[in-house]
Design a protein around this ligand. Structure first.
Ligand code: URA
Length: 210
């Protein structure tokens, strides 16, 4: 099992993250760095996948060789910023099944409301990796994981680039069974729900919107 919280301290991850945080990094560079960093984070989040063996023949002799056990992984992107992490991970795990969860915050109740939901079948038999670059308040992550559990998912992991202590606490309280993998735990959330020091709005920075 992965730890409840894994902070990936690998020098390449930390170096790329610093470049992403810088306010003058261009949209093109931000996107490229996110793609690169997501490969490294995917390596960590899949570190303890269950393994089995398969009988193969090398040019020299037969052997029982290790392969990942079970059904194809499900990667679940929380729209829209999750798609930036998703693209890189799919390069590493091209056979993964992919789902999308769209949530917006109701301006009156401030609670997440679902506007899109499309996920692979047989979630109960898959390892599900939920991806969202920013674990800020944790409201949308908690809601997305709950939706997936309500649809049968039992084995989930949450992958983000940056996390705020508030979001981690909220996730761990609501879903203590879901390990979190991140590149950094930052200081705090500001009054607008942004991670500080953070990197700004991840969606805007990756898509060049404002
Ligand atoms: N979402 C973002 O894109 N950035 C933050 O700092 C918090 C939430």
């Amino acid at each position: 099992m992965l730890d409840h919280l894994t902070v990936v301290s690998h020098p390449l991850v930390q170096h790329k993250l610093t470049l992403m945080r810088e306010k003058d990094t261009s949209t093109a560079s931000f996107r490229q760095l996110l793609r690169e960093i997501s490969l490294l984070l995917a390596y960590e989040v899949t570190r303890e996948l269950p393994m089995t063996t398969k009988r193969i023949e090398t040019p020299l002799e037969p052997m029982d060789a290790p392969v990942i056990e079970g059904k194809k992984l499900a990667l679940i992107s929380i729209l829209r910023a999750g798609n930036g992490l998703l693209d890189g991970i799919l390069e590493l795990i091209p056979a993964a099944r992919v789902g999308f969860v769209g949530l917006y915050r109701d301006p009156e109740t401030l609670q997440p409301v679902q506007y899109y939901y499309k996920v692979p079948t047989q979630l109960e038999d898959r390892v599900c990796i939920v991806v969202d670059p920013m674990l800020a308040t944790g409201n949308s992550s908690v809601a997305a994981v709950q939706l997936l559990k309500d649809n049968g998912a039992k084995n989930l992991r949450f992958l983000c680039l940056l996390a705020a202590p508030e979001g981690i606490a909220r996730m761990q309280e609501a879903h203590p069974d879901v390990p979190i993998v991140t590149a950094s735990v930052d200081s705090h959330l500001n009054d607008h729900g942004y991670i500080v020091p953070g990197l700004g709005d991840a969606g805007d920075r990756m898509f060049g919107t404002k």
